[in-house]
Design a protein around this ligand. Sequence first.
Ligand code: AMP
Length: 115
Amino acid sequence: MTEPSVFTRILRGEIPAEILSETENVFVIRDIAPQAPLHLLVIPKTAEYRDVTELAAGDPALLAEMVAVAKDAAAEHGSGDFRLVFNTGSGAGQTVFHVHAHVLGGDLAEGSLGG
Ligand code: AMP
């Protein structure tokens, strides 16, 4: 058995975090180390998928739900415009292998993909 991810532990209430919103399948929290004025994480409740490529292959409807939840959260907590980032693989900066989307908003560098 692998250890539960930090996000599973948040969902279970073992690590404190404010759940900003949730659906049956997805929940939203603020990133603990924000990289933009608005930095939310949209996370499936299931830890079955390690990254977005596994999720897209295994449950595309859940990926679509994450995008819809990101849109609503960006509108509720920011201006409505947002950047959606899925770090995929440790070489790309992924540290938690329980798929999640970074929702970045606010004063993002123009023309940059860096966020
Ligand atoms: P990634 O590096 O793409 O795997 O993203 C993992 C993200 O989870 C990082 O941006 C972390 O800052 C964030 N993170 C880790 N632990 C927590 C926590 N307890 N509460 C909120 N965000 C967290």
